[in-house]
Design a protein around this ligand. Structure first.
Ligand code: 3PG
Ligand code: CO
Length: 553
């Protein structure tokens, strides 16, 4: 069922196809807060001149990528899922919404697995405190603890990771106040419900792709052991103090140091004990895989856990289907199969996929439908360039882009690969810091990298497809919904650290592209999922019927 028919228009190319994902590179009008239009981007500008035959815009948010509504901004998980699978699948956010709305969540095996421990011991909820809808959502957390309380759970502890990355920086305090109020409402019903620990997501718990296990260690110590340098009796107070300006700048929600809430005897109010139940309430995988391992694996050597309590664990979803991690989960995750990666591997296409640690799983794991291992080890090479640790990305906006570029050039020239697929994290990772100048620099750097790559594509007579997964860098300021004017506070713009709802560009070309091949203009709402079939075509095959239609005429 994986056989692909040869494409009548595009013969299986003898030269490589380069696929570039510019992470967080959206399209918006020129504006002082558009880091891309303000950057020096001659290469991407020249691709745009290929409109409409070889350049177009794609929808990268909302229902086009399987999110609950068109108010949901795009993100890398759903973006790379759509690009790589060539399909629109109902994503975690939507599946959890449904399971909570119907109450089905509390009927499924995952809940049954933790329910006895949750009712006899304490139910711990660990995850991102956010409205962003990228990794988690507060309304889901509330439905979860309210539903648990209704079902006889009478001791709840929430371990909160503050955001400022998928929602406006500084809103953590407000959300914590809301959480406190909602937990106090439970207290009135006789449920002992409190916040127990927390920390900013970038330094506590939510590392990804094993970039820095110390992040997870800090979180484990705070959540499980009740140990952190910072102790407070009140979580709102904790955030107010820990966010106080350092070097003249308030500490961002993302970087709040780990803290523990203690009682009047200086004891943690909610360390995790034998017999307790733990739910990780993020629906998105990448940033809770490591925590899941630390909680669940008997054999574990990434840091000294000191104490590993006997607990029942469930994820909001299963975060890694091959590793079966965590073993138990509340809502079955989206099933993504028959992806372009699997088709191509089963039709003999060799691939080199590369990025730096921060995004390597995006062009491998997410690209291949949340599957970490290659489909065929002989045909697929995954290359990770280690990311910098402990340097905020705005302090080194070039990140590892030069190394990634060189590796891709070598791979293109090696003659070993039919496809070279890379991700440049810069516009996104630097965009998330809210630092406009650094993001402009990131975009200039990445454009120069793409230029070097396209020159190599010329040399090897190959083909390219350049696109992005969602918007971010093209709009760096919060705006009034109606007037679209930048919002100000104390005479300064309120920077936007999150992704956007904007479309992203896609361009194809190169000497290997037959002259007759160009984009079609008849698709009603072309989106990221149309890229999958396009890549299959560019590699010389007809696209299979389960994929969204190709962008090529
Ligand atoms: C993150 O995890 O860094 C952000 O929440 C989302 O960014 P990404 O979707 O671009 O990875
Ligand atoms: Co991002």
């Amino acid at each position: 069922s994986f056989h692909l028919a040869p494409n009548p228009e595009i013969q299986k190319p003898k030269t490589p196809l380069l696929v570039v994902v510019l992470d967080g590179w959206g399209e918006a009008e020129d504006d002082e807060y558009n880091a891309i239009s303000r950057a020096n981007t001659p290469c991407m500008d020249s691709l745009k001149k290929g409109k409409p035959d070889h350049w177009m815009l794609l929808k990268a948010h909302g229902t086009a990528v399987g999110l609950p509504s068109d108010d949901d901004m795009g993100n890398s998980e759903v973006g790379h899922n759509a690009l790589g699978s060539g399909q629109v699948v109902d994503q975690g956010a939507r599946l959890v919404d449904r399971a909570l709305e119907t109450g089905e969540l509390f009927e499924l095996d995952g809940w049954k697995h933790i329910a006895p421990a949750a009712t006899e011991g304490t139910l711990h909820l660990i995850g991102l405190l956010s409205d962003g809808g990228v990794h988690s959502r507060y309304d889901q957390l509330k439905l979860l603890f309210d539903g648990a309380a209704e079902r006889g759970v009478n001791r709840i502890r929430v371990h909160t990771l503050t955001d400022g990355r998928d929602c406006e920086d500084g809103t953590s305090i407000k959300l914590m106040e809301t959480l406190q109020k909602d937990l106090q409402a439970l207290e009135k019903q006789g449920v002992d419900a409190r916040v127990a620990s927390g920390g900013g997501r970038m330094c506590t718990t939510m590392d990804r792709y094993e970039s820095d296990w110390n992040v997870v260690k800090r979180g484990y110590y705070a959540h499980v052991l009740g140990e952190a340098d910072n102790k407070f009796t009140d979580p709102v107070e904790a955030l107010k103090v820990l966010k106080k300006p350092k070097n003249g700048k308030p500490v961002s929600d993302q970087w709040v140091p780990a803290f523990v809430i203690t009682d009047d005897k200086d004891q943690p109010v909610g360390s995790i004990q034998d017999g307790d139940a733990v739910v990780i309430f993020n629906f998105r995988a990448d940033r809770v895989v490591e925590l899941s391992k630390a909680l669940e694996y008997k054999d574990f050597d990434k840091f000294d856990r000191k104490r590993w309590p006997a607990i029942k664990v469930a994820g909001m979803m299963q975060y890694d289907g091959e590793l079966k991690l965590p073993k138990d989960y509340l809502v079955p995750p989206p099933k993504i199969s028959h992806t372009t990666g699997e088709y191509l591997a089963k039709n003999g296409v060799s691939t080199f996929a590369c990025s730096e640690s921060q995004k390597i799983g995006h062009v491998t794991f997410f690209w291949n439908g949340n599957r970490a291992a290659p489909f065929d080890k002989k045909l697929e090479t995954f290359h990770e360039v280690p990311s910098d640790q402990n340097i905020p990305f705005n302090e080194k906006p070039a990140m590892q882009s030069q190394k990634i570029t060189q590796l891709a050039i070598d791979a293109l020239k090696s003659g070993k690969y039919n496809q070279v697929r890379i991700n440049f994290p810069n516009p996104d990772m630097v965009g998330h810091t809210g630092d406009l100048d650094a993001t402009i620099s990131a975009c200039t750097t990445v454009d120069a990298c793409v230029k070097r790559l396209l020159k190599t594509v010329e040399e090897v007579k190959g083909t390219y497809l350049v696109t992005a997964d969602h918007g971010n860098a093209e709009d760096m300021v919060q705006r009034d919904k109606k007037t679209k004017k930048a919002l100000m506070a104390d005479g300064k713009p309120r920077m936007l650290t999150s992704h956007t709802l904007n479309p992203v560009p896609v361009a194809v070309g190169g000497p290997g592209l037959p002259k007759s091949v160009h984009f079609r203009t008849d698709l009603k709402e072309p989106g990221l999922a149309n890229v999958g079939a396009t890549i299959v075509n560019l590699l010389g095959f007809e696209s299979p019927s389960n994929l969204e239609p190709s962008l090529l005429a």
